[in-house]
Design a protein around this ligand. Structure first.
Ligand SMILES: Nc1ncnc2c1ncn2[C@@H]1O[C@H](COP(=O)(O)OP(=O)(O)OP(=O)(O)O)[C@@H](O)[C@H]1O
Length: 358
């Protein structure tokens, strides 16, 4: 069992609180992604798990073994944690062959020679690089080097795999393939994995659960579906996918429904908004692909004007002006510029208390 437990983990750098009381439990064999914008603290969190950073306070355990506990002054050095790390800069030794690179961690651990052979063979087979065993890193593509770096980590069968943007050096197509492959591999080997990225597509497609981070904290922890469909706050709604936001005054909140009045007097009815008082301000978020152009939905209708249209291949992207606000709409329909009705299905609109002004 390789469960990872973080409790109230804090890492300060002087005035900067890079990690701010992060609590998270990653189950055995689970794939959890730390996702967030630059500077939100995801790499520092991962480095703390790896033992490369000493947290300021909190608690951290892997597989039931305490690696850090500020109250008991426990700190286990990185080399004694036996975790597998793969970082963005996956430097392989240029003067060693693929095989020798993968052998290195085994030599460090003084594994017997014939056992080494077997393990190297197994690790290279896992990443489908057996036929490249005698090549040097300079004779491999970026993606192949990345796979060797993974093999070098997998070869000693770490309890946990910690990956920090490991695919960022690959081009889009290759990254797509590498992603599918990595997910497959992680399932096959059944290794607990914590993955850091700022790429939401990567996070959505790879993870069992995603921890969306903002300013050193976890803004939301959930399955990709939960994060996308039920964002906990406007930050998550905006960071994962794209959302249109409407802010206005609550006219009514009753029987699980809320009616919001926009500045131009149009109203939107949504599900939810429990506890939001009449007269208070609320923000609604709706995805561009959930808006029905031309109406045709159970929900609110907004009047607008198409001001821009862009052909995206599979669908069209429209900018629709609603009460002076630009609304992004994605649909397969080919529409002319001008007046349009937008249908907002009640269930597809998320509602949050409006952030305080200023
Ligand atoms: N050694 C350091 N000294 C001072 N501040 C640091 C140090 N390392 C990180 N920070 C700060 O801590 C915060 C979190 O950094 P971190 O690298 O964890 O972010 P990140 O989410 O991984 O960002 P990125 O995607 O850009 O790598 C940032 O504000 C960063 O400037």
């Amino acid at each position: 069992m390789a469960e990872v437990v973080l409790r109230d983990l804090v890492r300060r750098y002087g005035e900067v609180v890079a990690v701010d009381r992060v609590s998270l439990t990653v189950a055995d064999r689970e794939f959890v992604t730390l996702l967030g914008p630059s500077g939100c603290g995801k790499s520092t969190t991962l480095a703390a798990i790896a033992g490369l950073e000493r947290p300021t306070s909190g608690f951290l355990a892997v597989g039931g073994e305490t690696f850090f506990d500020s109250r008991k002054q426990v700190f286990v050095e990185a080399e004694h944690r036996n975790l597998g790390l793969v970082f963005q800069s996956y430097a392989l030794w240029p003067h060693k062959t693929v095989q020798e690179n993968v052998a290195f961690p085994l030599q460090l651990r003084r594994i017997a020679r014939n056992k080494q052979k077997e393990l190297i063979h197994e690790a290279l087979a896992l990443v489908e690089m057996e036929s490249f065993a005698d090549r040097y890193p300079s004779q491999l593509s970026g993606g192949q080097q990345q796979r060797v770096a993974l093999a070098r980590t997998l070869v000693y069968k770490p309890k946990v795999l910690l990956l920090d943007e490991p695919l960022s050096n690959l081009d889009a197509k290759l990254r797509d393939r590498a992603r599918t492959w990595l997910r497959h591999l992680q399932r096959e080997v059944g290794i607990t994995t914590i993955y850091v990225t700022h790429d939401q597509t990567e996070a959505l497609s790879l993870s069992d659960r995603i921890a969306v981070m903002s300013k050193g904290r976890i803004a939301q922890l959930g399955t990709p579906h939960e994060i996308y469909e039920r964002p906990a706050d406007p930050f998550v709604a905006d960071f994962i996918g794209t959302s249109n936001f409407f802010t206005g005054e609550v006219m009514e909140q009753a029987s699980g429904r809320l009616v919001l009045r926009l500045a131009d007097e149009q109203t939107i009815t949504v599900e939810g908004g429990d506890g939001m008082a009449r007269g208070s301000r609320a923000t609604l978020a709706v995805r561009p692909e959930r808006i029905h152009v031309g109406g045709g939905t159970a929900g609110s209708l907004l009047k607008g004007r198409i001001t821009e249209r862009a052909y995206m291949g599979a669908r069209w992207l429209y900018t629709v002006e609603v009460g002076g606000q630009a609304v992004r709409v994605e649909t397969e329909a080919d529409l002319a510029s001008g007046e349009v009705a937008l249908g907002l299905p009640e269930r597809d609109v998320a509602v949050f208390p409006a952030p305080a002004a200023g």
